[in-house]
Design a protein around this ligand. Structure first.
Ligand code: PEP
Ligand code: MG
Length: 755
């Protein structure tokens, strides 16, 4: 390119004219490649478009053999063009044929060209094709030329995304931009959903790419950057972010990037090539996203995410959009797609319209996943670049059972899933019909089924499921989803509403189980080597009794004139239980002295989730009113396997002799002491798990609300005596297989049990 600055700007202006001409798509493409070649003084300019079958088809060329257009098709990883596409990065070579990836296609006649510059055609971080210029001379393209070609590629990206090229494609070989995709993620909540994409943070749509007046665009960019920096300063200085909390770190990273010379320079350069300020931001953002997708280092990915967010803020600044998301105004059948989302944001949406949730980030223990489960919304996480891949309004199927997300599904797939969804709905109807049936096995053993809960949105489930009560109310969830520490009055109000909703059925409140993976964003985080084994749950409660005391007080007051059940999490030694119980008794005395109405009865129990307590069962049972086994943590600690670490979480099975022997010891001792015992871990939420537990002697479970139906359906068909013979027989034998799951499943099948 002769004139480093004049060239691209003139080119962009000419491109704008071509884009507006009423010609066919092929003619437009042909004109574009001629324009680019002429402007860049290149002998060749070619456009390759990525197709649904993941190959790259030559769509237009100036300089190569014209007959090769629509005939030359490269594999996505073939040749230099394939490399540009798969790496989503420009390649600039003075001697292309010396590059190991060079592959020669005789039909194109490109053997006489030496210099090669290829840039990806990117949109929201996705590769849509490749734009190439070539020269006979062995020359290296300047940085400005690379920049100019990338800018031009942006215009092509819009053209491809508009769907204009579809008319040129053979069936089955359409441009990939709107292809059906199967994306694999991680299950956050099961269930199946069919619906249409709603972006939680609507993408800022840039419609005006090409600047009329470059100097004016430079000023706009400068002004927007200045405002952005000033806003960040104000937000940081206002100090309304918790000290050391997540939020402050993010803002500080934003401020650092907003002053980052490299980033600002890239934006300025993009404006210099003739883009409007907003198009320049979008270009740099698209590069960031493409880099983010290739980055494997979690820390660097996080920083690229910050940079992406910052670009978003800058775009909104330039276009005058505020940062608000849809909230209430949802279409029917909405599938919400977001990078990440806070729990409160999800609660802001109208539940009636929400069918599903897709997140780029967020593991099963993330707070938003907890809320999705409470709301009963199928959800999938860990879908890379989900917000860049989908378009608002796209059809989506979300399979929360397998963790698959299908974007723009085929008609056949949609029909198959609609059928599955109908089947599930029918099954739900059947479960509903069991609601008022007594939960008794075929041989007359009564089994108590309660639900796990933790948020106000869980409460309708008590009535809907016909559960016998709430066996585990996780009080920490209120703290986890709140933006700041819930005041005692807010705790009191929630506990009261839980007892109201239970209409006299028992509710077991577990005191705060924070620490470990359950972090409160507004509380100073203590750095610990091993948070799961660290300062958490009852340990924190006893060391900082102020917090536990105010919670216990709220519980006692909420239950004035009613029965109350309190249980402590993660008790590892009998003396911890003694101390916690003493604290409750002191609070009772305190409230009595102040004339408060007290609960009619207070029962105090503990979770069994730390192995050490298995060797203090007799002493513990002398003291407690009841036990509840937390099998999630108990199995984690018995096998020393992190329950949240996918690499090891499935290494051991809870349905194995060592775990079942431990569980049997607990139920046997509890029965011997005449103390009630229940189990509230996930194990009881699976019908096969519940079957096994009944075989061990358990008769009370607290399960996910959605598990009440399936577990009850199994119980009604079960012969408890036969289950007991099988399970106790299996664990009494010398050990063999790592898991007893197969044998238990075979039993269930032979007995015709729905597991
Ligand atoms: C458990 O550990 O099994 C349990 C029910 O508690 P949580 O899952 O809340 O840790
Ligand atoms: Mg636990």
């Amino acid at each position: 390119m002769r004139s480093a600055l004049g060239g691209p700007r003139v080119l962009l202006r000419r491109l704008r004219e071509v884009m507006a001409e009423p010609v066919s798509a092929q003619e437009r493409l042909d004109k574009i490649v001629v324009l680019i070649a002429a402007n860049m003084v290149a002998e060749v300019c070619s456009v390759y478009v990525l197709r649904v079958d993941s190959t790259l088809e030559l769509y237009a060329t100036e300089g190569l053999n014209r007959n090769a257009v629509h005939l030359t098709v490269l594999r996505a990883d073939e040749g230099l063009v394939g490399l540009v596409a798969s790496e989503a990065n420009p390649i600039n070579l003075s001697e292309a044929q010396a590059h190991p990836a060079f592959s020669f296609r005789p039909e194109t006649g490109e053997e006489i060209y030496h210099a090669f510059l290829g840039v990806p055609i990117l949109r929201a971080g996705n590769t849509l094709g490749v734009l190439v210029v070539q020269n006979r001379a062995r020359r290296t393209y300047s940085e400005e030329e690379v920049e100019a070609l990338q800018t031009t590629a942006m215009v092509l990206a819009e053209m491809i995304a508009s769907g204009e090229l579809s008319a040129l494609a053979k069936p089955g070989a359409e441009p990939a931009v709107h292809r059906s995709l199967q994306l694999k993620g991680a299950t956050l909540n099961d269930g199946i959903a069919l619906g249409y994409v709603v972006l939680h943070e609507p993408r800022v749509v840039v419609t005006n790419f090409i600047a009329d007046d470059v100097a004016k665009e430079q000023k706009r960019l400068e002004a927007a950057l200045a405002t952005l920096r000033a806003d960040l300063d104000v937000m940081l200085e206002r100090g309304d972010v918790a000290d050391g909390g997540e939020h402050r770190d993010v803002l500080e990273a934003f401020r650092m990037f907003a002053h980052d010379r490299g980033w600002v320079h890239r934006l300025e350069e993009a404006v210099m090539t003739g883009l409007t300020a907003e198009a320049a931001v979008e270009r740099v953002q698209s590069d960031t996203r493409a880099r983010m997708l290739r980055q494997t280092d979690p820390y660097l990915r996080e920083r690229l995410h910050d940079l992406d967010d910052l670009a978003d803020r800058l775009l909104r600044q330039l276009l005058g959009h505020d940062h608000a998301s849809h909230r209430g105004a949802l279409p029917d059948n909405a599938i919400l797609v977001a990078r990440s989302m806070g729990p409160a944001a999800l609660l802001d949406y109208d539940r009636k319209c929400l069918r599903g949730l897709v997140l780029e980030e967020g593991g099963p223990n993330s707070h938003v996943a907890i809320v999705a489960r409470a709301l009963g919304i199928p959800a999938v996480g860990e879908i890379a670049n989900a917000t860049g891949i989908v378009e608002p309004g796209d059809a989506v199927i979300l399979d929360g059972v397998t963790g698959d997300v299908y974007v723009r599904p085929t008609v056949d797939l949609e029909a198959a899933y609609a059928e599955r969804a109908k089947l599930r709905a029918r099954r739900q109807q059947q479960y509903l019909a069991l609601r008022d049936k007594p939960c008794v096995t075929r041989d007359g053993e009564a089994v108590t089924l309660m639900i796990n809960a933790g948020l106000a949105v869980d409460l309708p489930h008590i009535d809907e499921t016909g559960a016998a009560g709430v066996g585990l109310f996780r009080t920490e969830l209120q703290f986890m989803v709140a933006p700041s520490f819930p005041r005692t009055s807010e705790q009191l109000a929630l506990y009261r509403s839980v007892l109201d909703a239970a209409h006299g059925k028992p509710v077991t409140f577990r005191t705060l189980d924070i620490g470990g993976d359950k972090v409160l964003p507004y509380m100073r985080n203590i750095e610990e080597e091993n948070p799961a084994l660290g300062w958490r749950a009852i340990r924190l409660g006893l060391d900082r009794p102020g917090l536990l005391r105010s919670q216990v007080r709220a519980l006692l007051r909420a239950a004035g004139g009613r029965d109350l059940r309190i249980m402590f999490p993660m008790v590892a030694a009998v003396h911890e239980f003694d101390e916690a119980k003493t604290l409750v008794e002191r609070e009772l005395t305190h409230l009595r002295r102040h004339g408060h109405k007290l609960p009619d009865r207070v029962e105090i129990g503990t979770m069994i989730e730390v192995p050490s307590i298995l060797f203090q069962l007799d002493e513990l049972l002398d003291r407690v009113d009841f036990l509840s086994v937390g099998s999630n943590d108990l199995v984690q600690f018995l096998y020393a396997v992190d329950r949240g670490n996918a690499r090891v979480a499935n290494r051991f099975d809870a349905l194995s002799a060592p775990v079942l022997r431990a569980l049997k010891a607990i139920v046997d001792r509890a029965i011997a002491h005449g103390k009630p015992v229940s189990l509230c871990g996930e194990l009881a939420s699976q019908p096969l798990g519940a079957l096994t537990l009944i075989g061990l002697g358990y008769r009370s479970f607290s399960v996910a609300p959605s598990a009440i139906g399936p577990v009850k359906a199994m119980v009604l068909e079960l012969d408890a005596k036969r289950a007991q013979e099988l399970v106790c027989g299996l664990i009494a034998k010398p050990l063999g297989a790592a898991s007893l799951r197969d044998k238990l499943t075979a039993f269930a099948e032979a007995e015709g049990l729905p597991v």
